[in-house]
Design a protein around this ligand. Structure first.
Ligand SMILES: *Cc1c(COP(=O)(O)O)cnc(C)c1O
Length: 393
């Protein structure tokens, strides 16, 4: 059994492309070309050169000695926080901008919630000198001023979405509308392993450089390619997909996905999509999502903006329902404490998203010689105000 997408973009019963007819030509052009373009030697060469010289890859696999001692396991941190722009998201936007160029597109659109994906997209558009329009909810624009400023400095136009709740899903609707109106010259850069086929598979492939590096780095450090466990936080699921990718079909490697429980799974303020979600369709794919009994998407909540998403990519829905993945949900309080813990123990200030993955060690016990790789998806600079308010620093 394989946990990768089949040629129609299905992971078990999840995935596919549930899109309006008007969007069909755009997705179809991408679907017909993405694997072939990614396989071209010149594409691979340019992609890896940029990952090396621009992003700063390979990111270190760091043995966290004091953290390991505290929790009685061999804990390694995959340092995606050291990527240019401060998180893993740029691996995907580099891949997609090269894809867009080869498809002959000279305009990029994206949607963003907290602004992290918008910044990663604006970054690669500046790098390539390509026009960039980022849709963002009006409320999010007000809440995320530093990221709006970054996008503007990088030359992107930030267009407010003023309908509905004026947040991420409304920005997504605006971006889709734009793409329908500009099918020939525009590529839509989606920021996680979500959306219609082929996006989840394409984004997972771009992020799979994370687990590719883990294998060779672990071989060097431990004399074996496979860890006992690999752990990652899940918003839409792209850093997790990248960290799990080359271990998906290796059952000896345990896969642990960490979701945001917010103020508690049953508090009504949560983003634990797998635990709380029901099968439905969001952003063009069939997956698990948080919804009311009559199928309206419910607003998620998490202290961490990157995990504050009502759905989860179809790969993760399949890992959850098939039992291949172990899913753990972590509250705001648990994540914040684990984040501060890492600062004191290792001198690393993690993104609050990544702090969720670190928080599992308090209750989830491992054997002393278990090798556990935690994907440290991002750095905490962007979250400083949150940490200040929470800990009254
Ligand atoms: C955006 C973000 C996430 C969540 O997105 P995924 O697609 O689930 O990886 C996690 N960590 C950081 C640092 C992020 O910026």
């Amino acid at each position: 059994m394989s946990y990768h997408a089949d040629e129609r973009g299905y992971y078990g019963e999840f995935g596919g492309a549930f899109i309006p007819e008007m969007l069909y030509p755009n997705c179809e052009e991408l679907r017909q070309n993405y694997l072939q373009i990614m396989a071209e030697p010149s594409f691979q060469e340019e992609f890896h050169q940029l990952l090396k010289d621009y992003v700063g890859r390979p990111t270190p696999l760091y043995f966290a000695e004091r953290l390991s001692k505290k929790y009685n396991a061999k804990i390694y941190l995959k340092r995606e926080d050291l990527c240019h722009t401060g998180a893993h998201k740029v691996n995907n936007t580099i891949g997609q901008i090269l894809m867009a160029k080869r498809l002959g597109k000279h305009r990029i659109i994206a949607e963003t919630g907290a602004g992290q994906h918008g910044v990663a997209t604006a970054t690669v558009c500046a790098l390539m000198g390509i026009e960039c329009v980022v849709y963002m909810g009006e409320i999010d624009i007000a809440r995320q001023a530093p990221n709006v400023a970054r996008m503007k400095m990088l030359g992107a136009e930030v267009r407010p979405a003023t309908s509905g709740s004026k947040t991420l899903k409304d920005a997504t609707n605006e971006a889709i509308r734009d793409w329908i109106n500009n099918p020939v010259d525009t590529h839509y850069i989606i920021g996680s392993v979500v959306g219609p086929h082929p996006y989840p598979d394409m984004v997972a492939r771009f992020q799979s450089v994370i687990s590719e590096e883990i294998k060779s780095q672990l071989l060097e450090k431990e004399g074996r390619e496979n860890p006992d466990y690999v752990v990652a936080c899940v918003g839409g699921g792209s850093n997790a997909a990248g960290a799990f990718y080359h271990f998906l079909d290796t059952p000896e490697v345990g896969i642990i996905a960490v979701e945001a429980a917010g103020k508690g799974i049953h508090s009504g303020e949560s983003a634990a999509t797998s635990a709380l979600g029901k099968v439905g369709i969001i952003h063009g794919s069939k997956t698990l999502l948080m919804q009311t009994p009559d199928g309206q998407i419910t607003e998620p909540y998490s202290i961490s903006a990157g995990l504050d998403y009502p759905g989860v990519g179809p790969l993760h829905a399949h890992l959850y329902t098939s039992g291949r993945g172990e899913f753990i949900s972590i509250t705001d309080d648990e994540a914040m404490k684990a984040g501060l813990d890492l600062c004191k123990l290792e001198g690393i200030i993690p993104a609050i998203e990544s702090s969720h993955a670190l928080a599992i060690f308090k209750d989830r016990k491992f054997a002393e010689d278990d090798v556990v790789v935690v994907n440290l998806s991002g750095r905490g600079d962007k979250d400083l105000q949150n940490y200040i308010d929470y800990f009254k620093l």
